[in-house]
Design a protein around this ligand. Structure first.
Ligand code: DX5
Ligand code: ZN
Length: 215
């Protein structure tokens, strides 16, 4: 049984409430919220008013993925927006340890995210402090990209590190998850599957979520 975090980036923004209601009625464990600043990644997604609307209509815990420079500036804001998990990029934090502590102190679950080119070994000393590690399996910024297969080896190495340290840290994967890649990710030790276009682009999103959960 996997955990599933459908990415609202692929939702229909003209009918956002409908897609949130669909998630509420589905077996999804989280709602994945992708925040982009046009600087850390070459794209801008949505800001506070839209995330507020997501929080209002969506009953699933928000799994917020910050693709922004210096995310420590907005920890208080995302607490107010009711984020449950707050993912910050390793590559965007000057003082990752401090940022992680501040997220936990604010009452959210801290998670750290790695770009495809960043090796999991950089997390060895911070692993006990985070609840989850998010491995990007595409370069962040856009939905609908192709899964980068090296992510599977990263997941295996990370799983081993977690085991060695006697931790229960979750591993999440984000990008290019579909009917072919999801089983491979689960086999490599991934606990949480983010899926955007695969869920929202499918004919029956609730059934797609159910299938992902069954893996
Ligand atoms: C990309 C985002 C993802 C995106 C995934 O930068 O972080 O969450 O929505 O989209 P798919 O599942 O379509 O690759
Ligand atoms: Zn994401």
């Amino acid at each position: 049984m996997s955990l599933v975090s459908p990415s609202l980036l692929s939702a229909d923004f003209g009918h956002l409430a409908d897609d949130c209601i669909m998630l509420n009625e589905s077996q999804a464990d989280f709602a994945h919220v992708d925040v982009m600043d046009g600087l850390f990644v070459p794209n801008i997604s949505f800001g506070t008013p839209v995330i507020k609307a997501m929080g209002k209509h969506c009953k699933k815990p928000l799994d917020v993925h910050l693709m922004i420079e210096a995310p420590e500036r907005y920890i208080g804001l995302f607490k107010d927006l009711n984020a449950h998990i707050l993912n910050v990029h390793y590559e965007a934090c000057k003082h990752l340890h401090r940022t992680i502590q501040e997220i936990r102190l604010a009452g959210m679950k801290p998670a750290v995210t790695l770009n495809p080119a960043t090796p999991v070994e950089v997390l060895r000393d911070i692993l006990p402090d985070v609840d989850m590690v998010l491995l990007m399996s595409v370069n962040p910024g856009f939905g609908g990209q192709k899964f980068i297969p090296q992510t599977l080896d990263k997941a295996r190495r990370l799983k081993q590190m977690i085991k060695e340290q006697g931790l229960s840290t979750l591993i999440e994967v984000d990008g290019g998850i579909d009917k072919n890649t999801a089983p491979l990710a689960v086999e490599a030790g991934i606990d949480v599957l983010v899926a955007g276009s695969f869920v929202f682009g499918s004919e029956n999103p609730k059934a797609t979520i159910e299938w992902l959960k069954s893996l």
